[in-house]
Design a binder for this molecule. Structure first.
Ligand SMILES: [Fe+2]
Length: 252
């Protein structure tokens, strides 16, 4: 039996059981917008919270929260309206939700992954989108696009494959940049954290893992144009999450 955070079927079953009970939690969490199916999104949020409590080293919720904050600032920099920015940022919180169905041993391995393990990890995009497949709202459509395409690169590389350039949904191209920025700024078992300047340099000029041109240059330019804001926004989100973590009970 593979140890995962949550099997897809369990998530679906738990949601149907907990649907009513999570309605109140949904309001408390602020996912009470008219376009949201409250119980479902509250449950998804709680799944991220639960994963962070059980496996804090995964940093799944922290990463998602920092990506959410960075995405919001990027959307504003791109001239989006407040409702649009809020929708895309809130949906970005669930971009890696598919990882909850992957084996913990692979997700937490500090060393390099075998090709078959890498392929499995890459499936988190499709798994995440499938978790939201039953939701019919506009918000769900944005969240699905983000989950499915946030690793699809502007130059056609990346995964799941099949799209390039502006054929990739805009919300996914934005979150891709927030996601890479957070990955560069964050410490991982296999790499140290980088400072803001270095992170931006890698995103603009590329490195051995991220070829130049992999990210949407228009969105990247928007990030560069408000980089002090981006840096401060990310720092604040990171600090807020650290403070939240300190309030949590030790994992069982
Ligand atoms: Fe991802």
């Amino acid at each position: 039996m593979v140890n995962t955070m949550l099997a897809v079927r369990d998530l679906a079953r738990a949601h149907s059981v907990l649907g009513d009970a999570t309605a109140a939690a949904s309001e408390a969490l602020g996912y009470g917008g008219a376009s949201h199916d409250q119980p479902f999104w509250a449950f998804m949020h709680q799944a991220l919270v639960g994963a962070e409590r059980r496996q804090p080293s995964l940093d799944l919720l922290g990463h998602s929260r920092r990506v959410e904050a960075t995405t919001a600032r990027l959307c504003v920099a791109l001239g989006m309206s407040r409702p649009q920015a809020v929708e895309i940022a809130a949906a970005s919180l669930f971009h890696d939700i598919g990882k909850l169905s992957l084996p913990i041993a692979i997700l937490t391995r500090p060393g390099p992954l075998r090709p078959d393990e890498r392929r499995l990890i890459n499936q988190h995009c499709e798994i995440g989108a499938s978790l939201m497949a039953q939701e019919a709202s506009a918000f769900a459509c944005v969240a699905r696009n983000i989950a499915l395409w946030h690793h699809q690169r502007f130059d056609g590389s990346g995964y799941p494959g099949g799209l390039a350039g502006r054929d990739i949904p805009a919300e996914a191209r934005i979150v891709a940049i927030a996601d890479v920025y957070d990955a560069l700024r964050s410490e991982r078992p296999y790499k140290p954290a980088q400072g803001h300047d270095n992170a931006v340099r890698v995103m603009v000029y590329g490195d051995e893992r991220l070829p130049q041109g992999a990210l949407d240059t228009t969105i990247l330019q928007a990030l560069c144009d408000c980089q002090l804001d981006i840096s401060v926004t990310w720092d604040c989100a990171a600090l807020r999450h650290l403070a939240w973590r300190m309030e949590q009970p030790e994992p069982a």
